[in-house]
Design a protein around this ligand. Structure first.
Ligand code: ZN
Length: 65
């Protein structure tokens, strides 16, 4: 599986925030991909390949500051 990295971000640190997803809160599954960046802070928009939902890196990482 292709592992996307950008700006030093390791997508393995992110997990799917969708409770209905079978990969919910599972890290390092390779289901999280970088979709695009948006906004002034260049926030990464991530996508879960399992449930096809998109979410921002901020929302997806409540324990990561
Ligand atoms: Zn998901």
């Amino acid at each position: 599986m292709l592992r996307a990295r950008r700006n030093g971000r390791n997508l393995d640190e992110f997990f799917c925030p969708n409770e209905a997803c079978s990969d919910y809160r599972k890290k390092g599954k390779g289901n999280i991909v970088l979709k695009e960046h948006y906004g002034k802070q260049n926030t990464a928009l991530l996508r879960c390949k399992t449930c096809k939902k998109t979410f921002s890196e901020k929302r997806g990482t409540p324990f990561f500051r």
